[in-house]
Design a protein around this ligand. Sequence first.
Ligand SMILES: Cc1cc2nc3c(=O)[nH]c(=O)nc-3n(C[C@H](O)[C@H](O)[C@H](O)COP(=O)(O)OP(=O)(O)OC[C@H]3O[C@@H](n4cnc5c(N)ncnc54)[C@H](O)[C@@H]3O)c2cc1C
Length: 509
Amino acid sequence: MLVSRSCAKRLLASAGRAARYSSTGTSQLNSVTEQDIEYFSKILPKTSIISTLAPISSPSDELNSFNSDWMGRFHGRSTTVLKPKTTRQVSEILKWCNERRIGVVPQGGNTGLVGGSVPVHDEVIISLSNMNNVRNYDPVSGVLVADAGCILQSLTDYVAPHNHIMPIDLGAKGSCHIGGNVATNAGGLRLLRYGSLHGSVLGLEVVLPDGSILDQLTTLRKDNTGYDLKQLFIGAEGTLGVITGVSILTPPQPQASNNVILSLPSFDNVLPLYQTVKRQLSEILSAFEFIDRTAYNLAVKHGQGRALPESETVGAECFILVETSGGRREHDSEKLLDLLESLLGADKPLINSGVLSQSPAEFSSLWALREGVTEAVSKEGKAYKYDISVPLASFKQVVDDTREHLRSKGLLHDKAVKYVLGYGHVGDGNLHLNIVADAYLPEITDALEPYIYEVVASHRGSISAEHGIGAMKTHALHYSKSDVSIELMKKIKAVFDPKGIMNPGKVLE
Ligand SMILES: Cc1cc2nc3c(=O)[nH]c(=O)nc-3n(C[C@H](O)[C@H](O)[C@H](O)COP(=O)(O)OP(=O)(O)OC[C@H]3O[C@@H](n4cnc5c(N)ncnc54)[C@H](O)[C@@H]3O)c2cc1C
C-alpha cells in the first residue's frame, strides 16, 4: 500500500501547516499531527498503527508498554506506534518523518537496559515486531539472513534442526530482537567463545533517515572493498538508521555441552581459578561467569534455577559457572572431572565445592541461576544498573567500595538502597554492578553518579561494556571517550542524519 508522489506532497503541505514545534528540548523536532496519521494510514494497514490521534484514536493505555522501558525507569510520551511489515514501508515512513522533522525511535523487544528504546519526548515509535521472517538460511555455510524483528529465541529454534546455534545468547532471548541485539552490539553469554557481533554479523540492510535503503545484506565471509559501513550501525542504538535485515554467521552446535557451578571461599580466588580453568580446559571452555553471594541469594529467593544444596554454599563468598562446549562428550567430561579433582585435591583449594550438571534439565537449571539474576533483581525492587568494564582484579573492590560509599551517605538501609551486588562475564572483563532500591530516588542517583563513572575512568575502563549509552549515560560518555572521538561521532551522526530525527537524546547529547 504505497502512496503516490502527488498525494504525499499534498499531505506533507497540510501536515506542515498543522505542525507545531515541540516544547521538548529536542529542538526543531515536530510533534505528530492528525495529518501525519492520515499519511501513515496510506502506507500501513490500520491494524499496524496505534495512535491516540484521529482517525486511529486508540485508547492511551495501548501505548503504555511502548512508552516504558523494561525496568520501568524511563518513560516517553509518544502518541504513535507504527508497525511496518516491509523494508519499503519503513523507508516511506522515514522519508516522511525526515521531511516533517519528526523524531523516530526504533524499538525491538524493548528489553534494553539504558532507556534507548523508548522516546525521550513524543517521538514516533517504529516497532519492528511485524518484520519477523527468516529470509534465507544456508545450513552448509551457516549463514542466516533474517528480518530485524525476529526474536532471538525463535532464530535459535530455527537453526537448531540444522545443528547450528546463534552466536549470541542472553537472558532476554525470549523477547529481544536480532535487530535490537545488533543495534546494541549485545554481548551476552557466548561472547567468550564466539566473539562480538562486530565479527559474526556479515551484512545489514538499513533504512537511512532520508528513506534510502542501504542494502549491505551480503552473505560473504570476506569482502575487503573499502569502508565496512555496517560496523557503524552495530552498537549505534538506532541513532543512524533503522536496521531491517541482518545476515549473521551461525556456528555449528557443539556436540557436547557441560556446566558446573563452583563455590569459592573468597573472591581473591577468582583470578587464579580463571587461569587454571583456561589452562586445563583450553579449547572446550565456553563460559566463565561470576555471581557474588548477594546475587546468588536473590536468584534463589526469586526462584531462578534450582538452588544448590545448602551444604555446597556454606562459607561461599561467590560462585563461578563454567561451561564447556566441545566435540566429544566423554573427552569433555573427563577433562571437566580432572579439573574438579585437581581443584579439590590441591593443598590450598581455590574452591569449596562444585555442582556438576548430570542431565539437560540440570544443565539448564544451573544456567538459570546465572541468567535469572537480572530478572530476580527486577523483582526485588528498582535497579540502578551499571554495566562496566574494569580489570578483573577490581570486580569485588568496585562492588564493596560502592556499598561503603552509599553507607557513608546514609543511604544503605531498608527505605533506600537494599542491596549492592555484582555478577557478570568474568571472561570478558564485564561486571554488572547493580544497586537495588525501593524506588528510583534523586538522592541515590546523585550518590552514584558521577561516583561510579569516576571509579571506572580511574581504571581506564568502560562505562558501558555491553548495554550501550541510551538515554541513561549520554552525559557520561566523556568518561570513556575522548573529546576527539566524541567530535568524530557527532560528525558521523550529521552525515547520516543531518536533521537529527533518529532516536534523539540517545548516545550523543
Ligand atoms: C533479562 C535481561 C538480560 C539481558 N542480558 C544481556 C546480556 O547478557 N548482554 C547484553 O549485551 N545485553 C543484555 N540485556 C540488554 C540488551 O541490550 C537487550 O536485551 C537486547 O540486546 C536489546 O534488544 P531489543 O530487541 O530488546 O532492543 P530494544 O530494547 O528494543 O532497543 C535497544 C536499542 O536498540 C535500538 N534498536 C532496536 N531495534 C532496532 C532496529 N531494528 N534498528 C535500529 N535500532 C534498533 C533501540 O532504538 C534502542 O536504542 C539484557 C536485558 C534483559 C532484560
